[in-house]
Design a protein around this ligand. Sequence first.
Ligand code: SAM
Ligand code: SF4
Ligand code: SF4
Length: 390
Amino acid sequence: MAMTGVDPARQWLDWAWLLMTDRFIPIAEARYRTSAPTIPESLEPPDGRLVDRLGRRLHDLRISVTDRCNFRCGYCMPREIFDTAYKFLPHSSLLTFEEIERLARVFVAHGTRKIRLTGGEPLLRKHVEDLIAMLARLRAPDGEPLELTLTTNASLLARKARALRDAGLHRVTISLDALDDAIFRRMNDAEFPVSDVLEGIEAAQAAGLGPIKVNMVIRRGINDDQILPMARHFRGTGIILRFIEYMDVGSSNGWRLDDVVPGREVIARIGAHFPVEPVDRRYVGEVAERWRYIDGEGEIGVITSVTQPFCQDCSRARLSTEGRLYTCLFASEGHDLRALLRTGASDLMIANAIGLVWQRRQDRYSEIRSEASVSRSQAGQKIEMSYIGG
Ligand code: SAM
Ligand code: SF4
Ligand code: SF4
């Protein structure tokens, strides 16, 4: 029996609710295409060695815990689109912590060893530390704990760092696009000051959430003059600064290739002041290209998703806030795992449905970006970064 997981009654209720409440502006659930995962007829227990069509493992799971954010970074949630009329997901649509933990357990059985919580802004999700505590209890088949991390804009970090660590979080990655306060406020478009992010970083260090990584997205002409000040500031602190090429995720940020500062240029600019040398990647699928200062003052990274794509090693799956599985950041269609969860599918059925999705995966958007942007615009709306997380 081949079975799909959509509950027509539930879907009808969602639509009816939208109509009755006069809110027939597409929320994320209706905005993006979704398909019901197929449960294969013959069910096999996961053996932890799942690979996709290009031989890539499912090592890394990114879980978006909210599609909301208190910042309006222009490259992610431009205010003119994410304004007061924008329809975020209603609470009833979100996966519960129990549902997230159940899915995470299945992913671990398939070989996932690293989980990153993201969003939107993950610290806006109420009691997120309870979810962290649940995920921290998961074990790989060999008994090892998972690597558990979170990416945050740090607006609530000074307050929450200790509780996150106590709950079992290992590390945090913090986004900071400039040291200059005026530039940073313009970029977050929420009047949030640099000093509060630095305070969040300090709190995270004090709580033992290291080694801390700081992500800086670079847009030419907007904050590329902050590359050196940022490098200078974080040298010698043990914090790993990573420069991210501005990406064409979603369809709201008006991305242009001219706005991208190639990772190679970033390294050349820094190297002219502080000589650097390359460091080997720690594991297959690590996204950042690593460099270290020759004078021993620490490490930096560049994430060159645009100019030097790394799809051939991409081992990341993404789970959206309302339980859709995406096999690529640039996907326009998700697989509705929540429907499986809420229609009584067993763990084995869900594992097999996920297995089939991954076995069919052949995404490599960044490697075929120019052709892909044509076919995507015909195929459906690309998901937004704030919806699926970085
Ligand atoms: N709100 C949290 C934060 O900003 O850290 C977590 C979610 S955010 C979507 C995750 C990461 O994606 C951030 O480091 C952010 O800078 C990055 N990001 C968002 N939009 C991007 C884009 N268009 N290109 C490159 N990176 C982007
Ligand atoms: Fe919010 Fe993070 Fe997106 Fe900025 S990058 S708008 S902080 S989700
Ligand atoms: Fe992975 Fe898709 Fe990014 Fe390529 S474009 S690295 S497949 S998420």
